[in-house]
Design a protein around this ligand. Structure first.
Ligand SMILES: Cc1cc2nc3c(=O)[nH]c(=O)nc-3n(C[C@H](O)[C@H](O)[C@H](O)COP(=O)(O)OP(=O)(O)OC[C@H]3O[C@@H](n4cnc5c(N)ncnc54)[C@H](O)[C@@H]3O)c2cc1C
Length: 326
């Protein structure tokens, strides 16, 4: 196998305590791909992640390399690259994995360019082939799947949620090794944070339940009801593009080809017609429930359950029944 079997590195994100579910899924994926003699290394950069290290070490990592530094949190591409590039060059791993998140999509192509390595983004499957790893990713707006093989000795890949499985904790876990590096504060980050998540909500890409609204919501008020539904289901609010363009929902909520790619266990599409651009962002969801007043809406063709009706009548009834149950 072209280099890949010996070491797989997972770029783990553990800001603020717990590791993300996606990070744990990537470790499970890496464990299934690495050869018997090979090792899985997790690299954790950022700040305030002490609690995450043991958990990452117990869920499939042979080694956890970590560096806590103010220049690394919030994510700063120049500082992360300055730390990772020399480390990765020295390691000679065959495969580097990161989540298909904003961070992964920004960082991995940068690293691939500087390490002269191939990169595959948005993977929905990786398997070991005879001549190296085979990467599967959606193409043509999600209407087809392409399988790719990379010919460089090192490959970097961003992977969607729910591709790997979280492994049960094992004891003893992998060893924890600090990374001796001093990231330069190349650029001073002036950060303005806009809260798009409610307390308790998790980022869209990792949510187990997503409640999305479309143009048929008609305004911001409709999204308040979606937020209430998401809260009751322990989920996160998403949107198709028109509500984002109209300012009813923040851009971070957009699901689709030019938005986020999500793969929750349950996706509820409210007043969304089901354009190919939207579907390509949620087609890997477990169960899809559509609420739409048009019985001919395409979204019903890709849904497991459909409710034909006006959301203004369906949602209050649904929410009040849920309140009785939870
Ligand atoms: C380059 C490009 C990139 C794009 N990227 C994306 C993307 O990332 N994500 C994305 O979503 N779109 C994207 N789009 C836009 C996409 O083509 C569609 O226009 C968009 O997805 C439609 O959104 P919608 O389903 O909310 O609206 P519509 O297609 O207008 O559908 C609204 C639906 O609401 C229903 N409805 C109306 N009122 C009610 C009611 N009271 N109760 C119940 N149902 C009701 C209607 O029956 C209808 O089915 C992109 C387009 C382009 C050209």
């Amino acid at each position: 196998m072209a280099g890949g079997g010996r070491e797989i590195i997972v770029l783990a994100v553990g800001e603020g305590g717990d590791p993300t579910v996606l990070t744990l899924e990537l470790l499970g994926l890496a464990r299934g791909l690495v050869s018997e003699q090979g090792m899985v290394t997790a690299v954790v950069l950022g700040s305030h992640f002490e609690g995450a290290l043991d958990e990452i070490a117990s869920r499939g990592a042979d080694r956890v390399i970590y560096l806590e530094h103010p220049s690394l949190a919030p994510y700063n591409p120049e500082a992360w690259q300055a730390v990772l590039e020399p480390y990765l060059e020295e390691q000679g791993a065959g495969l580097i994995l990161a989540g298909h998140t904003c961070l992964g999509q920004d960082l991995l192509p940068r690293l691939a360019f500087s390490l002269e390595a191939g990169v595959v983004t948005d993977c929905v499957g990786i398997r070991a082939g005879e001549d190296g790893f085979l990467f599967t990713k959606p193409v043509y707006g999600g209407n087809a799947l392409a399988t790719m093989r990379v010919t460089t000795p090192l490959t970097l890949a961003t992977v969607r949620s729910r591709v790997g499985e979280v492994l049960p904790p094992s004891s003893p876990g992998g060893e924890l090794v600090p990374l001796p590096a001093d990231p330069p504060a190349v650029t001073r980050m002036v950060v303005r944070e806009r809260r798009s998540l409610e307390a308790g909500e998790c980022p869209l890409e990792e949510a187990r339940v997503v409640v999305s609204g479309g143009r048929g919501m008609g305004g911001r008020e409709g999204f308040e009801m979606l937020r209430e539904l998401a809260r009751l289901l322990g989920g996160t609010v998403g949107a198709s593009r028109p509500p984002v363009d109209s300012g009813w929902a923040p851009a971070t909520c957009q699901v689709g080809i030019t938005g986020k790619v999500v793969a929750p266990e349950l996706y509820i599409a409210v007043a969304i017609s089901g354009s190919s651009q939207h579907l390509s962002g949620m087609c890997d969801s477990g169960k899809v429930v559509a609420i739409n007043k048009d019985p001919e809406a395409y979204i019903f063709k890709v849904s497991d359950y459909g409710v034909v009706g006006d959301w203004k009548e369906v949602l209050p009834a649904f929410i009040s029944r849920l309140r009785e149950l939870v």
